[in-house]
Design a protein. Structure first.
Length: 231
């Protein structure tokens, strides 16, 4: 059984408008997933450093970030980060450039957990429906053209408000959606902007929204999670 999670951490800024990375790590410990995709993990301006200090994860968590080797102060790519258990082995990892009017990207990693290797892709899609569909097409094409195949999890903030149109229809042709529930806004969640999608060789055993008191304060999004097992 593998637990995955996706969390838009809003640059570490909570509902009290304070940047508090320790609070984010507290929520991650509550979720306790094997692989976590983060969005908005970088500061917006300047060198765009990650809001989660490396030493904070090293000393107070069970995760390490996948190194994509792109920016010295950033953990990932355009705010997208993949965290994995310290006991896991990262077989491969790469950043994916997406078509966009504003800076957007996705990250992908092949992760070995015990005897199973899964492919995890984290994303944060555009506010525009047209560009979301272009980005979904680029992501699906990238995965389809990979030399090696693995059970695949796509997750992140899709920014899609519709129930089953737009990029959701595109992803839904080959991937099953975890029915996690609404995750935005954390004060009163009404929209399913955050999604977890899995290839047909993975079974969704359980899933949900993590709505603890800490999670309701740490970001404007609530984290989502899913328990998976290979078919």
């Amino acid at each position: 059984m593998i637990k995955v999670a996706s969390y838009n951490i809003h640059k570490g800024i909570g509902l009290d408008r304070r940047r508090n990375p320790e609070r984010v790590v507290e929520v991650l410990r509550e979720i306790d997933a094997d692989v976590i995709a983060l969005q908005e993990a970088d500061r917006r301006f300047g060198a765009k450093a990650c809001v989660l200090p490396h030493h904070l994860l090293e000393e107070h968590s069970d995760w390490v970030p996948v190194d994509f080797g792109l920016r010295s102060l950033s953990m990932g790519w355009h705010g997208n980060v993949i965290l994995v258990r310290k006991s896991a082995k990262v077989v491969d990892g790469e950043a994916i450039h997406l078509p966009a009017l504003e800076p957007r990207g996705a990250v992908m990693a092949d992760v070995r957990l015990a005897e199973d290797t899964i492919r995890v892709l984290g994303m944060h899609l555009d506010l525009s429906g047209l560009w979301r569909r272009k980005q979904a097409a680029a992501i699906l094409n990238h995965v389809d053209t990979c030399a090696h195949r693995h059970p695949t999890v796509l997750m992140g903030d899709l920014n899609e408000w519709s129930a089953g149109a737009g990029c959701l229809r595109d992803f839904g042709r080959d991937y099953a959606f975890a029915e996690t529930g609404a995750s935005f806004h954390s004060r009163r969640a009404v929209a399913r902007l955050d999604r977890i999608m899995v290839s047909r060789d993975l079974k969704i055993v359980d899933c949900g929204v993590h709505a603890s008191a800490a999670a309701r304060k740490a970001s404007d999004h609530l984290p989502i999670w899913a328990m998976l097992e290979p078919v």
